[in-house]
Write a protein that binds this ligand. Structure first.
Ligand code: SF4
Length: 516
């Protein structure tokens, strides 16, 4: 281990079992900085658990135990990082952690089984994990809370096996095993009655796919018939790039807002909406600057540092939290500083890659492994290529179309639906813009929208001379393809097709089958 960017012999940190042999040595300055951030995460956890109702929730909800692995997740996403890159990672991940802790705190405060705060409950709008929370951008007095995000989505990021139990539950109830594990696991949590009970109403969406519709069907039945929480189905058009569907999409936004007003008594506040829209615009401008840097020889905000933060910033935040706008500024400053000094994240850059498809959730730190092990630089990924539109900051009619646009462009569905132009053609366009010589194509085996185009991806990559590496996985289920199974697909391509040796050979095969 050393000060060298990308570190040395990082594989030696691993040992069979849940935790690592020891923490990484990054030179005195960076190790000390990293340690202070580790203390901060422990502080967030301690502040959360000190409340008796949160301890009660730990014992009531099986998925809560995944949060014990939170510091471990941070370590995975900062492997080999030094200087500005380490600071960018912590600015993002620490903030996301704080936001999740606050979400959980509010959820348990309102939960009828735990805190049962009736006053808060009347202000809670349950938000589907798979939607942009734009319909909350004009309700400053309400709280949009998600149950699926902390129980399933974040759970798998923390502990690779987090969703397995719920997948078994839903399949015992007759769901076929080829349904996407994301909606399947969410339905499993509902069937097992492991969701907190709260909310004045709920907004569900038809994003992203047939599997997602199935999952929401199961969840909404329990919400409406058993918990007494009315649900609105916010339906986004599939062909979302066509002009003739936009009026319908805007009307859906009007209907959703009206539904929330009717069930909470709150009134839509345009001033607050435009304040949030301004912050979304600031985030979009910052992200565009990062992507522009990534098109040069000195990319700065990419891989792990781009993916998860972008998802959170657009989907869950949508301009509602000022701290994210502040973090965007800080990240941009760090990136500019590193760019001016022509810094690099690892010592050797061998391939410039675009990462496409829906990524494996139990192996989100795969991007950092690519750069540390093989010198493959993941310049951007499909889920980070989200909205580039600047929202109106004063026109109310246009704002409804902007909200509809954001909802239609929900991360993941904006490319898995909408035709081959958004999924295929734009990939090759990005390869050109970013001067990429490689595409890492996640093949999530239960995502029919993507799998149907396998042959067309291959044909075009061959025609354009792009190195295409397929990486098969099953999204939330590491029992089907393990982390090493994911890595082996890249290892084989690099050795057998490109005849290359890894930059850090200790990372090629890792004993992390059981690790958090
Ligand atoms: S990964 Fe594919 S199948 Fe799963 S929710 Fe997303 S679009 Fe649907």
């Amino acid at each position: 281990m050393s000060k060298v960017p990308g570190g040395k012999n990082l594989g030696k940190l691993y040992k069979p079992g849940r935790v690592r042999r020891r923490r990484e040595w990054r030179g005195f300055k960076d190790t000390f900085y990293d340690y202070t951030r580790w203390l901060k995460i422990m502080g967030i956890l301690a502040k959360f658990i000190i409340k008796p109702r949160n301890i009660k929730a730990f014992f009531r909800y099986r998925w809560m135990c995944n949060y014990l692995a939170a510091p471990m997740m941070l370590d995975r996403h900062t492997q080999g990082l030094r200087g500005e890159y380490l600071r960018i990672a912590h600015t993002e991940f620490d903030l996301v952690m704080e936001d999740i802790a606050l979400l959980l705190d509010n959820v348990f405060k309102a939960d009828k089984r735990i805190g049962n705060d009736e006053k808060l409950n009347k202000k809670v709008v349950l938000c589907d994990e798979n939607e942009m929370t734009v319909f909350m951008m004009g309700f400053p007095t309400l709280k949009g809370l998600s149950r699926e995000t902390p129980s399933v989505y974040v759970g798998v990021l923390l502990n690779q096996f987090a969703a397995c139990h719920y997948l078994d539950v839903v399949q015992e109830y007759g769901l076929p095993g080829d349904v996407c594990p994301m909606p399947a696991a969410e339905a499993g949590v509902s069937i097992e009655d492991d969701f907190p009970i709260l909310g004045a109403c709920a907004i569900q969406c038809n994003t992203t796919c047939d599997g997602s519709l199935m999952g929401n069907g199961v969840i909404s039945k329990r919400l409406e018939l058993e918990d007494g929480v009315p649900c609105f189905q916010l339906a986004a058009p599939l062909r979302h790039r066509e002009d003739d569907v936009q009026e319908y999409a805007a009307q859906e936004m009007r209907n959703a807002i009206k539904f929330i007003e009717d069930h909470t008594g709150a009134k839509w506040d345009w001033d607050y909406y435009f304040e949030c829209a301004h912050r979304v615009n600031e985030s979009t401008k910052a992200r565009q600057e990062w992507l522009d840097m990534n098109k040069t020889e000195y990319p700065q905000v990419f891989g792990s540092n781009l993916a998860l933060y972008t998802e959170t910033n657009y989907m869950a935040i949508c301009g509602k939290v000022k701290a994210f706008a502040d973090a965007d500024k800080k990240i941009t400053e760090l990136a500019r500083k590193a760019y001016d000094k022509k810094k690099r994240i690892v010592k050797e850059y061998r391939h410039r890659a675009i990462v496409w498809g829906v990524q494996s959730h139990y192996y989100m730190d795969f991007l950092i492994w690519l750069q540390n092990c093989w010198g493959i630089i993941p310049l951007t990924d499909m889920l980070s290529m989200v909205s580039t539109r600047i929202l109106s900051e004063d026109d109310k009619e246009k704002a409804l179309y902007d909200m509809a646009w954001l909802n239609e462009n929900m991360i993941m569905r904006n490319r898995t639906h909408g035709g081959y132009k958004v999924l295929l053609d734009e990939l090759w366009q990005f390869c050109e813009e970013f001067n990429a010589d490689m595409v890492i194509l996640w093949e999530h085996m239960a995502c029919k929208a993507l799998d149907g185009m396998h042959g067309q991806f291959e044909e075009k990559a061959r025609e354009k001379g792009i190195k295409l590496i397929w990486v098969g996985h099953d999204l939330f289920d590491p029992r089907i393809v393990s982390r090493q199974g994911v890595r082996d697909q890249v290892n084989q391509y690099m050795r057998l097709v490109l005849n290359e040796e890894p930059i850090d050979p200790t990372l090629e095969i890792l004993p992390d089958e059981q690790s958090w």
